[in-house]
Each structure stands twice: as C-alpha cells, then as structure tokens.
Write a protein that binds this ligand. Structure first.
Ligand SMILES: Nc1ncnc2c1ncn2[C@@H]1O[C@H](COP(=O)(O)OP(=O)(O)OP(=O)(O)O)[C@@H](O)[C@H]1O
Ligand SMILES: [Mg+2]
Length: 320
C-alpha cells in the first residue's frame, strides 16, 4: 500500500509458522469491495522515465489502467516492472512524464471524465484512489493482523484520527476475502510468508481504492492461494470495476487473468495488447533470450507457454 506509515514499521522478529485458516469464503455473493466509496477510476501514466542516480531504468513508458480491466506487467528481472508500478503509485519520482486519474461514479462508468493531475493531489487524497502491494513488504512486530489491515484505512480517517464510518466493515471484509479472518488477533510476526502476504493484500483491499497495483502478489503463496488470489483479482475487476495492474512472472497466469499485457524489456514497453497479441513465441524468445514456445491448452482454450531448456535436447540425445 502507499501508506507512509507502513514504511516505518519495525523489522520482524523470527516466529513459527501458523496454521492455515480452514476455508476461504465464496466471493461472488456480495460486491467485492463493500460500500459506495469506491469510484471507478482510471490511472494513466504516460511518457514516464525514471532514473536511479545517473542510470535510466524506465524510458518513456505508458501504462493505462482502466476500470474493470486487469493489466499484467511481464518482463525479465530488472526490466523495470516494479519501478514503473511504484512510479504509478507515486512511491517513485519520475524524471519525466505525466500521471492522471479519471474518476466517475460507478453507475456512469461509461461516461467520460475529466482527468485529474495525479501528481497534484496530496498523498492522502491520492491514496484514496490508488493502493499498491509492494514487492518487498515489511514484517512488522508487535502488531496484530487486524492492526496491519487497519493501516489501509489511513486515507479515509481524518488528519486527527476522526471517525471512519465504513472502516470496521471494510477491514472485516478484507480479512474475509483474503482468508485471514481467523488470524485477525494474532501477531503478524507469528505468520508464515504466505499468510503475511495475504495480510498486506487485505490492507490494500481495506483501502477501498478504484485502482489496485500488485507487485508479484503470488510470491510465497501455495498453489491453492495463488488460484484464490487470481480469482479474487478477476472478481475485483468484474464486480467492483477496480482497475488492476499486476506484475506476474508466470506468463500462463498472465494469459489466463489479464485483459491487457504490457511486456517490458530493458526499461521500455516492448509491446502492449491482448495476451494473444503479446505472448507470442517471437516476442517472448526475443525478450527473454531463450526459446519460448506458445500453444493453446486444449482443455481450457488458454495460451500456454513453455521455455525450452537446454537439458531437454540433451536428454533427447542421451535417450533417443
Ligand atoms: N533503488 C535502486 N537503486 C538503483 N537501481 C535500482 C534500484 N531499484 C531498482 N534498480 C534497478 O532498476 C532496474 C529495474 O528494476 P526493477 O526493480 O524495476 O525491475 P523488475 O522488472 O521489477 O525486476 P524483478 O523481476 O527482479 O522484480 C534494474 O536494473 C535494477 O537493478
Ligand atoms: Mg520487481
């Protein structure tokens, strides 16, 4: 999330892993994000260039996140995915480029809206619209799961801790959706990596923003929770009109989940389009520098990628 509070959290002490909760709830029965506070919001970063000291790492990139759509950012290590996402969340300063927000009430989601300069908003106002689950997440000690999820409410509380009428319901719903309600009173320094990951996700959901940015949200999650998380992300887009930007390393997951794929290579957007447009053998092989094959899974009809490892051919030679 974008809260400056979280950056100040102390490091974790070591702790034993905890039991997984018995079951995740079904998501579809009620709106994924409760309450009317969430406005359909688009976030557009255009011509964004970012440098760390003298080295340019993102060059004139465009990222367009629309309500109800999931955009996957893919690319090799170091290609600039996190930097671009952090810049879109205003956690990173851009050397050049613009960041605009377009908002409209949900019922008028199709109507055009005048863009707001995202850079001109206060940190608190911006955080009412955009939440970020960062890649390197702190492991706070001395705080309960509920405390951490409540951090997500900071942009909705007044400067002097004024009332936040929708806060308790939003926190409970976020705890439920991420499967950590049973752990709510436990210390966050007593969680497994995957449980902690879901607590930070809950904190982002409690923030009730129209734009949700997720940097490698499936890291640490076992197979079941990966699937649950990807389903939840799709539901957030479909049912609550959230605009989602998500970094994924698993190209098959990106193909299954995303409406749009943004392929980054050496800090530049190499391609943007539908999964079928972007996840082609030529583009993928060029960007990763290895042979990558793409076909369609006959049982699901979805794109499937396969990196061809050297040992495949060696094994074939040894065992013809
Ligand atoms: N704080 C920093 N200071 C200097 N260089 C940085 C910093 N953070 C990232 N970089 C560099 O910027 C480039 C882009 O990094 P970034 O973290 O955005 O890549 P990424 O695509 O998210 O990679 P990964 O898949 O490994 O998470 C890399 O070359 C990286 O070494
Ligand atoms: Mg990264």
């Amino acid at each position: 999330m974008t809260s400056p509070d979280t950056a100040l959290l102390p490091p974790a002490s070591s702790a034993p892993p905890a039991d997984l909760p018995a079951d995740l709830p079904a998501v579809a029965a009620e709106p994924v994000v409760p309450g009317a506070q969430v406005e359909a919001t688009a976030l557009v970063a255009d011509g964004v260039s970012v440098s760390y000291g003298a080295s340019d790492v993102v060059h004139a990139a465009r990222l367009e996140l629309r309500p109800g759509r999931v955009t996957a950012l893919v690319g090799p290590n170091g290609s600039g995915k996190s930097t671009l996402l952090r810049t879109a969340a205003r956690l990173q300063r851009a050397r050049a480029g613009t960041l605009s927000l377009e908002q409209q009430p949900l019922q008028q989601a199709e109507a055009s809206a005048a863009p707001t300069d995202g850079l001109a908003l206060s940190v608190r106002d911006f955080a009412r619209h955009v939440a970020l689950l960062t890649q390197g997440r702190p492991v706070p000690s001395g705080l309960s799961v509920r405390d951490v999820v409540q951090f997500g409410r900071y942009p909705h509380r007044g400067r002097w801790g004024r009332a936040d009428p929708g806060g308790a319901a939003a926190v409970d719903r976020a705890l439920q959706l991420t499967g950590v309600a049973d752990l709510a009173e436990r210390g966050v320094d007593q969680l497994s990596g995957g449980q902690l990951q879901r607590v930070w996700l809950a904190s982002c959901l409690a923030q009730q923003t129209g734009v949700l940015l997720l940097d490698e949200p499936t890291t640490y999650l076992d197979l079941r929770y990966q699937v649950e998380l990807l389903d939840l992300v799709r539901d957030l887009a479909d049912e609550s009109q959230i605009a989602v930007g998500v970094v994924l390393h698993d190209l098959d997951q990106a193909a299954a989940l995303a409406d749009t794929v943004v392929l980054l290579h050496e800090g530049r957007v190499r391609a943007t389009g539908t999964p079928a447009d972007v996840l082609t053998p030529d583009l993928l092989s060029e960007v990763w520098g290895i042979d990558i094959e793409v076909d369609t899974d006959p049982s699901t009809g979805r794109l499937r990628t396969r990196a061809v490892a050297r040992h495949h051919t060696r094994t074939e030679r040894l065992h013809p």
